[in-house]
Design a protein around this ligand. Structure first.
Ligand SMILES: Nc1ncnc2c1ncn2[C@@H]1O[C@H](COP(=O)(O)OP(=O)(O)OP(=O)(O)O)[C@@H](O)[C@H]1O
Ligand SMILES: [Mg+2]
Length: 455
C-alpha cells in the first residue's frame, strides 16, 4: 500500500500552518486535505474517507476537542492526532481520554510528526480488522423493556409479535427516536433465530464507498487497502438476522446489490468472482418516507417492495401521549441507577403531557434523565424540565409574529427551532442534539446547511 492511498485531513484555523503541514505531508507522499474550522472538518470527514486527522485544539466556535469527540463517536476508525500551541497537561489528558491517538505540541519537527502518523496508521489497521467482528453482535442482547399501552402502540407490538417468529422481511418506519431499533431487537429476540447472530449495519454512518465491502467483504488485493480477504457482514450474519438501519440513506450504487442479495441470497465479495451464498433474515428501519424517496428517484421501487413485505409504522409520541406517564415511570425506576427513587409532581407531568415531543421517546428519556439529576427533594417540578421551546408550541392565533400555519417553509421552522435550542443550551451541541432527538452528526450537517451562526 503506497502512501498516496492514505488520506490525511489537516484542521487548523491558521492558514499558514495548514499550508505548511499539508505540503509536508504531500511532500512525504501522503494525500492531504485541509479544513479551516471545526464545522468544515466535521463535514469533511462525513463526505470523504480519511485515515488520519491532524487537528488543532484551539479554534474559534467549534474547537478541536469537539471535532475529536465527533470523529470518535461516528468514525472510530479514523485516528486523530491533536496539535496545540502550548503544552498543557489537562488538555493533553482530555484529548487522550476522548480517544486521540496522540498529542503533539507545536512547533514540532517533521520527523516527529511523520513517525507519529506512521504509528497511528499501523494501529488503525489493527482496529479495522476487529471492527466488524465486534460490531454490534452483542449490543442489542440486553433485556427488552418496551413500554406503552396506548392503542397505537399496542397495534405496533401486535404486528411485531405476529411477525417475529416468521421469516418475513420487515420494514420499520417512524420518526427519529420512536423506538425503531428497539422494535427490531424485539423481533429478533422473539424469533426462531434468537440464538444466532444479530448484526446491525447502520447505513447512514458508513461512507458509500465502504458499504459494499462492509456488507459483502472483499478479496485480497481488491483495492490497495485489502491486504487479506475479509468476510462481509452478511457472512457473519449467516443463518441469523441482518438489521439494515437507516436503509433510506443507502446509496443508489449499492441498492441493486442488496436487492440481488435479498432475492437470491447470493453475493460476491468486492474483487471476487465466486458467487457466495448466505441466509439472513432481513429487518430494516428508516425515518424517511421511502415511497417519497422512490418518487424522487433516490430509492429503487423494486428494493422497497422486497423490504416492506411487512411494514411496521411507529407513530410519533405526540400521537400517543397516554404512553407518556408510563414511559416516565419506567425511566425513573428501571433505567435510572439513582440511589434514591425520584418522583414527578402532577404539575410537571402536566407540562410533559402538553409538550409535542419532536424528538419523541429519546427526547423524553433525556429530559427525564436531566430532571432527575437536577431536581430538589427527589421530586421533579416543572422548572426542572428543560424542554426545547419549540416554535410549534407557541399558542395558536393571537400574536402577530406567530408564524405557525402561515406559508412559512417547513425548513425555516426547522432552522428557527434548531437555533432556539442551541441558544438555550448556550451552544452545547451534544445537549442540543439530544433534546432535538437527532444525532450529533445530523446537527452538524444542519448547522452547515442553514448557515447557523454559533457564538
Ligand atoms: N416503547 C418504548 N419503551 C421504552 N423505551 C423506549 C421505547 N421506544 C423507544 N425507547 C427508548 O427511546 C430511545 C430511542 O429509541 P431507538 O433508538 O430505538 O429509536 P429510533 O427510532 O431507532 O431512533 P433514530 O431514528 O433516531 O435512530 C432508546 O433509548 C429507547 O430505549
Ligand atoms: Mg435508530
Amino acid at each position: 500500500m503506497s502512501k498516496k492511498d492514505y488520506s490525511i485531513l489537516v484542521v487548523d484555523d491558521e492558514e499558514a500552518f495548514r499550508y505548511m503541514l499539508s505540503s509536508l505531508l504531500t511532500g512525504d507522499g501522503y494525500t492531504a486535505d485541509t479544513a479551516g474550522d471545526g464545522v468544515s472538518a466535521i463535514n469533511a470527514v462525513q463526505t470523504k474517507p480519511f485515515h488520519v486527522v491532524l487537528c488543532d485544539v484551539k479554534m474559534p466556535k467549534v474547537d478541536g476537542i469537539e471535532v475529536l469527540k465527533f470523529i470518535k463517536q461516528n468514525f472510530p476508525a479514523i485516528e486523530v492526532i491533536m496539535l496545540t500551541g502550548s503544552a498543557s497537561i489537562p488538555i493533553a489528558v482530555e484529548c487522550m481520554k476522548v480517544g486521540a491517538y496522540d498529542y503533539i505540541t507545536k512547533p514540532t519537527t517533521s520527523d516527529d510528526l511523520l513517525s507519529t502518523i506512521e504509528r497511528a496508521l499501523e494501529r488503525r489497521q489493527l482496529l479495522i480488522d476487529n471492527i466488524v467482528m465486534k460490531s454490534e453482535l452483542t449490543r442489542l442482547a440486553g433485556p427488552n423493556d418496551m413500554v406503552g399501552e396506548s392503542e397505537a402502540f399496542r397495534k405496533v407490538l401486535d404486528i411485531a409479535r405476529k411477525v417475529a417468529p416468521t421469516e418475513s422481511t420487515v420494514l420499520i418506519q417512524g420518526p427519529s427516536g420512536t423506538g425503531k431499533e428497539l422494535i427490531a431487537s424485539y423481533i429478533f429476540q422473539n424469533s426462531d433465530r434468537r440464538d444466532l447472530p444479530f448484526v446491525t449495519l447502520n447505513c447512514a454512518s458508513i461512507p458509500d464507498t465502504l458499504i459494499e465491502s462492509e456488507l459483502f467483504g472483499y478479496e485480497k488485493g481488491a483495492f490497495t487497502d485489502a491486504r487479506s480477504t475479509k468476510q462481509g457482514i452478511v457472512e457473519i450474519a449467516n443463518n441469523g438476522t441482518l438489521f439494515l438501519d437507516e436503509i433510506g440513506d443507502i446509496s443508489p450504487i449499492v441498492q441493486p446489490k442488496i436487492l440481488r442479495f435479498i432475492q437470491s441470497g447470493e453475493f460476491r465479495r468486492v474483487g471476487g468472482n465466486t458467487v457466495l451464498r448466505a441466509d439472513c433474515r432481513i429487518l430494516s428501519a428508516t425515518n424517511k418516507n421511502l415511497k417519497e424517496e422512490v418518487k424522487e428517484g433516490r430509492f429503487r421501487e423494486d428494493l422497497l417492495y422486497r423490504l416492506n413485505v411487512i411494514t411496521i409504522d411507529i407513530p410519533p409520541l405526540k400521537a400517543r401521549k397516554s404512553d407518556v406517564p408510563l414511559l416516565v415511570a419506567s425511566f425513573l425506576t428501571s433505567r435510572m441507577k439513582t440511589k434514591v427513587k425520584k418522583t414527578i409532581s402532577p404539575k410537571a407531568m402536566e407540562v410533559l403531557m402538553q409538550y409535542d415531543w419532536p424528538g419523541n421517546i429519546r427526547e423524553l428519556e433525556n429530559v427525564i434523565e436531566r430532571a432527575a439529576i437536577l431536581c430538589h427533594n427527589n421530586t421533579i417540578e416543572p422548572h426542572d424540565l428543560s424542554l426545547a421551546t419549540s416554535p410549534l408550541m407557541l399558542p395558536t392565533g393571537g400574536s402577530s409574529d406567530n408564524k405557525i400555519g402561515t406559508a412559512m417553509a417547513l425548513k425555516e421552522i426547522e432552522r428557527m427551532h434548531i437555533e432556539g435550542v442551541l441558544r438555550s443550551f448556550r451552544g452545547n451541541k451534544t445537549e442540543s442534539a439530544k433534546v432535538l432527538g437527532i444525532s450529533l452528526k445530523t446537527l452538524y450537517t444542519k448547522i452547515q446547511q442553514y448557515q447557523i451562526k454559533l457564538s
